[in-house]
Design a protein around this ligand. Structure first.
Ligand code: SF4
Length: 477
C-alpha cells in the first residue's frame, strides 16, 4: 500500500510519496553514482552540482553507468525527441536491474517534474523520481531508499535550495554558474515555465561569491546561466517596488562579475530580446570581459508567428538590437534558436525567417522542427498542421544557409591573430590543443611545451572550415 510522509533530508519540508518495492539485499553498501545528462546547459550544471552534493554525502563518481551503484538520469522535456530518448534509455536499464538488483535508478529534472509518479508506473524498476525544485533532496532520498527499500516521488515546487547546489568540480577552465531558475514568459510552445516554475533569481552577492571561489581555483571563464537571463532580478524588483524599465539587474550583475579578479571571460545564456534594454546593451558593449558572442533566440522572422509564440517582440525589434551591437562592437558573433514548422507557418513566413537570419548574419543556430509539448498553449490551441516533410525541408534549407554563412564568416579570419582561451587537448588529435576565440570560434592549433589549459594565447589563423579555425601560436608563426 502507498503512503506519504515528510522528507527527513536536511532542510526539506516536502511530502514524499512512498511506494513499497520488493526486498533486495545490498542497498546498504551503495558507494558510487553516475549521472547521465540530457538537454541544456542548466541540466549540465544541475548534474555537476548534484554530483558535488552526493560526494559531500560520501558517494564517489563511478567511471561509467554499468558499474555505478546509483544511476541517475537528469532529463529534458523541451522536445518530444529528447523525451523519447530518455524513455528508451530508462527502459534499457531493466536489464541492469536484473543483473544487479541492488542498483538504485532514478529520474530527475524536467521529465520527472512533468510526469511525476507516472514514471514509476511506467517503469517498475525505477526507484525514484525527483523534480526540478527538489534536487537538493536526492542524497537524503537515496539514503532512505537504501534503508527502507521503497520508491520515492518528490516533485513539489517552490522549495528549491539553490545554495545547496552551488558545488563545482575543481580545476575547470570554464564553469557554469546558475544565476536564476524558471521563466515567467510562457512562450506558447515551451514547457519551461511548467517544469521549472516561475523566475527566482539568486542574490548578486551569492553569485559573486561563487564566481570568486571559482576564480580562486583557477577558473578563467564564467558562463552565467538562466532560462531567461536578461530578466534576472526583475521579478524580485517588481515585488520590492524597485522595478524600473530603464534598469537592468542583469547588467549590474555582469558589472559585478567583471570586477572579480582572475576572471578573464564572461559568457551567458539565454537572453530574451524583450529585456535587452539600453542598460543591458551598454554593459555588454563596455565590459571588457564579456565575450562578444551572443546567443539570442529569434525563433521566427515572421511577426504573426512571433505573436502566436507569445514572444513579446517583433522581428524588426530583434534586428534593431543586433544592428545596435554590430555598430558598437568591431568584432561580434551572433547565434540563435529557430523553430521551423510552427503551427500555421506559411512558405512566406518561413522565407521571412530565412531573410531575418541572413540579415542578422548568424553563423551558428539551433534549428528545431516544431513538436507540440503537452501542457503548452500551442499544443492546446493550435493545430500541428505543417507536414513533417515540410518541416524537414525548411530545416535543411536553413542548415545549408548556416554552413555557407559560417564558411564565409570564418574565411575572414584567415591570416588574422585571435586571442584563444586554451581548453585542452583536441578530441580528434592529441598533438593539438583546442580553445575558443572571444567570438566563440573553435580554434585548433599544435600543442606546445609549457602551455596549459586556461592560458590565453594568440593564434595566427592559417586555415578555416565552417566549424573551426586552424592555426599556430603567434610566436611560432
Ligand atoms: S523565454 Fe520562452 S522559450 Fe525561453 S524558457 Fe521562457 S518560456 Fe521557454
Amino acid at each position: 500500500m502507498n503512503s506519504a510522509r515528510a522528507c527527513t533530508a536536511a532542510g526539506c519540508s516536502h511530502i514524499l510519496l512512498f511506494i513499497p518495492r520488493r526486498k533486495v539485499s545490498g542497498h546498504g553498501m551503495l558507494k558510487t553514482f553516475h549521472i547521465r545528462t540530457y538537454g541544456c546547459q542548466m541540466n549540465e550544471r544541475d548534474s555537476e552540482a548534484l554530483g558535488c552534493l552526493l560526494e559531500e554525502h560520501g558517494y564517489t563518481l563511478a567511471p561509467g553507468e554499468e558499474t555505478a551503484d546509483i544511476l541517475i538520469f537528469n532529463t529534458c522535456s523541451v522536445r518530444d525527441q529528447a523525451e523519447r530518448k530518455v524513455f528508451g534509455k530508462v527502459g534499457l536499464t531493466k536489464r541492469l536491474r536484473r543483473q544487479r538488483p541492488e542498483v538504485i535508478i532514478g529520474v530527475i529534472g524536467c521529465m520527472a517534474q512533468e510526469h511525476g509518479a507516472a514514471l514509476l508506473e511506467r517503469f517498475a524498476h525505477l526507484d525514484f523520481v525527483v523534480g526540478t525544485d527538489q534536487l537538493h533532496t536526492v542524497p537524503g532520498i537515496v539514503a532512505e531508499i537504501a534503508r527502507e527499500r521503497s520508491r520515492r516521488v518528490a516533485t513539489e515546487t517552490g522549495a528549491d535550495d539553490t545554495e545547496a547546489l552551488s558545488g563545482h568540480r575543481p580545476g575547470a577552465v570554464s564553469a557554469f554558474v546558475s544565476v536564476m531558475r524558471g521563466c515567467n514568459q510562457f512562450c506558447s510552445y515551451c514547457v519551461v515555465p511548467q517544469v521549472r516554475g516561475r523566475e527566482r533569481s539568486r542574490l548578486p552577492e551569492d553569485v559573486v561569491r561563487e564566481v570568486r571561489q571559482l576564480a580562486g581555483q583557477g577558473t578563467k571563464e564564467i558562463f552565467l546561466l538562466g532560462q531567461n537571463i536578461t530578466a534576472y532580478g526583475i521579478a524580485e524588483a517588481r515585488r520590492d517596488g524597485t522595478y524600473s524599465p530603464d534598469a537592468s539587474p542583469f547588467a549590474d550583475l555582469l558589472r559585478a562579475v567583471n570586477d572579480v579578479p582572475g576572471v578573464e571571460r564572461i559568457r551567458f545564456t539565454s537572453p530574451h530580446p524583450k529585456f535587452m534594454n539600453q542598460a543591458f546593451l551598454d554593459a555588454v558593449c563596455e565590459l571588457p570581459k564579456v565575450c562578444k558572442a551572443f546567443h539570442i533566440p529569434l525563433q521566427s522572422g515572421a511577426d504573426r508567428i512571433l505573436e502566436l509564440m507569445h514572444r513579446g517582440t517583433t522581428a524588426k525589434e530583434y534586428l534593431a538590437r543586433i544592428r545596435h551591437l554590430r555598430e558598437r562592437l568591431p568584432e561580434v558573433g551572433f547565434s540563435t534558436d529557430i523553430i521551423v514548422g510552427f503551427p500555421t507557418e506559411t512558405d512566406v513566413e518561413f522565407a521571412a525567417t530565412r531573410q531575418a537570419m541572413n540579415e542578422a548574419g548568424f553563423d551558428m543556430a539551433y534549428i528545431f522542427k516544431y513538436s507540440p509539448r503537452p501542457g503548452t498553449k500551442a499544443a492546446e490551441k493550435l493545430p500541428d498542421d505543417v507536414p513533417q516533410s515540410v518541416k524537414e525541408e525548411r530545416n535543411q534549407i536553413l542548415l545549408a544557409d548556416l554552413v555557407a554563412r559560417a564558411e564565409s564568416a570564418n574565411t575572414r579570419y584567415q591570416g588574422r591573430t585571435v586571442r584563444v582561451l586554451v581548453e585542452g587537448e583536441s578530441k580528434r588529435n592529441s598533438t593539438r590543443w583546442t580553445g575558443r576565440s572571444d567570438t566563440n570560434k573553435v580554434c585548433i592549433f599544435p600543442r606546445t611545451d609549457g602551455m596549459q589549459p586556461g592560458d590565453l594565447v594568440d593564434v595566427v589563423i592559417t586555415r578555416t572550415t565552417a566549424n573551426s579555425l586552424f592555426g599556430c601560436v603567434a610566436e611560432e608563426a
